[in-house]
Design a protein around this ligand. Structure first.
Ligand SMILES: Nc1ncnc2c1ncn2[C@@H]1O[C@H](COP(=O)(O)OP(=O)(O)O)[C@@H](O)[C@H]1O
Ligand SMILES: [Mg+2]
Length: 318
């Protein structure tokens, strides 16, 4: 129904909506400028690590700033896409191995124990120490807390949630780390301690509990940078195949739980001149989970028709 009164009301109403909307836009604070760049880093294995984009910042700069603010960072993504490498690249060069234990690391599994995090009593074999003496050897969490270092926990979602509660108190800001069952006094948490963790959401047994997720101020979804793969000399045809397969994996409709990522492509690149393109392509398919092998081999055969799963044959030269 349209009457002058209703029209007037509608106009007034839409003016209020507009004002609110405009105010809402105007109320957005301006984005801060990008953080100062860290730049390409030399990895311990001699490789160059190239920083990536996260929002309008460089990922390595953001990781370092997160540490300064003790805002823990969780990176999720398929194996081999660059999660661990980014954290190592952000922190390795900050510490001189001669004077600092540097970035602390732990690879999580379903069998990880509280002792793997905090430390355990081990037989002390130092010359002059009485046989049968046990000494408490600090675990990576205790070293990171005591020396104010970043701690990288790879595959954190494979660790039993009950075990992780040993970590939560210090992540939440408790000023001391307790070492239950020892006579060691609480260890003060030093500035510089911060947790960086990676996980693969599709790994069997991966559990990202709310308790775990909520402790991380930053959640990054990581995937392979296909342009970087090209820049690193991976043949464009295989990059395209991997990229297509990755799209199918992300679709989640066709049962593909894993597909070749940057690590696999770099191995392919290195194998081609050594062993030939068909062998390298066969390896790429052979490393896939059995239920995905046919699908991945089929995609690879579109560009390398002679590729087949790398199966060991009979006696050489027969
Ligand atoms: N930004 C990058 N620059 C150069 N090489 C990279 C980069 N990210 C990853 N890589 C390469 O890819 C490999 C796999 O990355 P990694 O971090 O180990 O994977 P993830 O932890 O996700 O399983 C690394 O060993 C490195 O050779
Ligand atoms: Mg990793």
């Amino acid at each position: 129904m349209s009457t002058p009164l209703v029209d007037q009301f509608t106009r007034a109403r839409s003016q209020i909506d507009n004002d609110f909307f405009n105010q809402g836009i105007a109320a957005q604070p301006a984005s801060p400028p990008p953080l100062p760049q860290v730049g390409p880093q030399q990895r311990r294995n001699g490789e160059t690590h190239y920083p990536r984009q996260m929002a309008n910042h460089e990922d390595l700069a953001l990781l370092r700033t997160a540490r300064d603010l003790r805002q823990h960072v969780l990176l999720g993504g398929p194996p081999g896409c660059g999660k661990t490498a980014s954290v190592e690249a952000a922190f390795d060069s900050l510490f001189d191995p001669a004077t600092s234990p540097g970035l602390q690391t732990l690879i999580g599994t379903a069998e990880t124990t509280v002792g793997d995090l905090l430390g355990t009593y081990l037989p002390d074999r130092t010359p002059g120490v009485a046989p049968g003496t046990f000494t408490f050897v600090y675990g990576p969490l205790t070293i990171a807390v005591a020396y104010g270092l970043p701690l990288l926990i790879d595959e954190i979602t494979l660790i039993d949630p009950g075990i992780l509660s040993a970590l939560y108190a210090v992540m939440d800001g408790r000023p001391h780390l307790l070492l239950p069952g020892t006579d060691i006094p609480p260890v003060p948490v030093q500035p510089g301690f911060c947790v960086f963790a990676t996980y693969n959401p599709d790994a069997p047994g991966s559990i990202l509990s709310e308790a775990l997720a909520s402790r991380f101020a930053h959640h990054w979804q990581v995937g392979t940078d296909w342009d970087l793969a090209l820049e690193l000399g991976v043949p464009p045809e295989i990059v395209q195949v991997a990229r297509n397969l990755d799209g199918q994996r992300l679709d989640r409709n066709n049962g593909l739980l894993a597909s070749p990522q940057l690590r696999d492509l770099l191995i392919f690149r290195d194998q081609v001149p050594q062993f030939g393109v068909e062998y390298a392509a066969g390896t790429l398919a052979a490393k896939a989970a059995p239920e995905n092998q046919d699908q991945i081999l089929e995609a690879i055969q579109m560009i390398y028709p002679m590729a087949s799963i790398t199966r060991l044959g009979g006696r050489y030269g027969r």
